[in-house]
Write a protein that binds this ligand. Structure first.
Ligand code: PLP
Length: 370
């Protein structure tokens, strides 16, 4: 068996020890004679799995008691609809447009309420996080994408969110799909904080949502399906219907791995070390460069391009890079189809050795193709 270094943006690499544990338990989970895949979600064996996974989420993310933790399906993309459907009261929300994922969230929200885009970085191909004036007004919520997976930007500091005209606070909603648990975050600053699991937490199939209790309405907008009401899942401990049992089980193992490696602080240290190596290399290179503004750089997704200006030559060079890297055991380095170039996603599970191997390859490729 030989494993590659997988720089996929999602689904992405998982800690090897997690895969080994899951494999060892595949046929017989703790003497039950069954795989977790085969168990009833209401069985004595499964109940502790989801309970322990939630306890670890709460512990590692330091989630206050007045927040629910939900394990939902439909991916982060379903949250783009659930948020306006459940949070709409006044009928208006503020969005910051920082890339493809926020643009999709905006388009979806417009089906349910008035969207005001209070800032955007579209003018420069989303290569930076825009400055945002304090968000104030009669908004049901303010929405940001905390880390922009495709363009490789992240919010270094959160936007200032003020009050409505009646003096109540505007809740901040964040899509943290590609940065959850990559560093500590103060959850109390958010009303809703959600992430599709397949980047930093688990295989695809579960979406983690943490939401402040008072934001869970008894009634969502008219016609909201039962499955798209937060209340349905909050009242039933994410067991209204069959949850994605196996994915939650693997998430529990990933969280235990994060805990054993220093928790959110440990991840931050690990991720900063990897990202620094990478950005330092790019910044000192005469062959490659980063298209992202320095003060907006992601810890998780690092796009890069060569200095080749001729579009046709650049495209050919990128293709050669991606193919030769894959042959060397460094896979999934093509940039997103919408932006081109290359991109290395270096989520929690990517080791420093993987990043060093990539840089060594990049250096060799630069010398051979300069
Ligand atoms: C991947 C991603 C999504 C989409 O997630 P799905 O689970 O596929 O719906 C949304 N937002 C961000 C920031 C992402 O990285």
């Amino acid at each position: 068996m030989s494993r590659v270094y997988n720089f996929s943006a999602g689904p992405s690499c998982l800690p090897e020890s997690v895969l080994e544990e899951a494999a060892a338990e595949m046929l017989d989970y703790k003497g039950t004679g069954q795989s977790v895949m085969e168990m009833s979600h209401r069985s004595k064996a499964y109940e502790p799995i989801i309970a322990e996974t939630e306890a670890l989420v709460r512990k590692l993310m330091n989630i206050p008691d007045n927040y629910k933790v939900l394990f939902l399906q439909g991916g982060a993309s379903t949250q783009f609809a659930m948020i306006p459907m459940n949070l709409k009261k006044l009928g208006k929300a503020a969005y910051v447009d920082t890339g493809v994922w926020s643009d999709k969230a905006i388009k979806e929200a417009k089906k349910y309420l008035n969207v005001e885009v209070v800032a955007s970085s579209k003018d420069k191909a989303y290569s930076y996080i825009p400055a945002v004036e304090k968000i104030e007004g009669d908004y049901d919520y303010a929405y940001i994408t905390l880390n922009n997976t495709i363009v490789g930007t992240k919010w270094a500091t959160l936007p200032e969110v003020g009050k409505r005209s009646d003096g109540t606070d505007i809740p901040l909603v964040a899509d943290a799909s590609s940065c959850i648990l990559s560093e500590p975050v103060d959850i109390s600053k958010f009303g809703v904080f959600f992430a599709g699991a397949q980047k930093n937490l688990a295989p695809a199939g579960v979406t983690l949502v943490t939401i402040r209790n008072d934001l869970i309405p008894d009634n969502a907008v008219e016609g909201t399906p039962t499955m798209l009401m937060y209340k349905t899942h909050a009242d039933s401990g994410s067991m209204y219907n069959t949850p994605p049992c196996y994915t939650i089980y693997v998430m529990g193992k990933v969280l235990a791995w994060i805990e054993a490696n220093g928790g959110a602080e440990g991840m931050k240290k690990r991720n900063e070390e990897k990202a620094k190596l990478f950005y330092d290399y790019l910044d000192n290179s005469k062959f490659y460069t980063s298209p992202v503004a320095k003060n907006s750089r992601s810890l998780m997704n690092i796009p890069f391009v060569t200095y080749e200006n001729d579009t046709e030559k650049a495209t050919a060079l990128n293709k050669k890079f991606v193919a030769e890297a894959a042959a060397a055991g460094l896979v999934n380095l093509a940039g997103h189809r919408l932006v081109g170039g290359m991109r290395a996603s270096i989520y929690n599970a990517m080791s420093i050795e993987g990043v060093k191997a990539l840089i060594a390859f990049m250096d060799k490729f630069a010398k051979e193709n300069a």
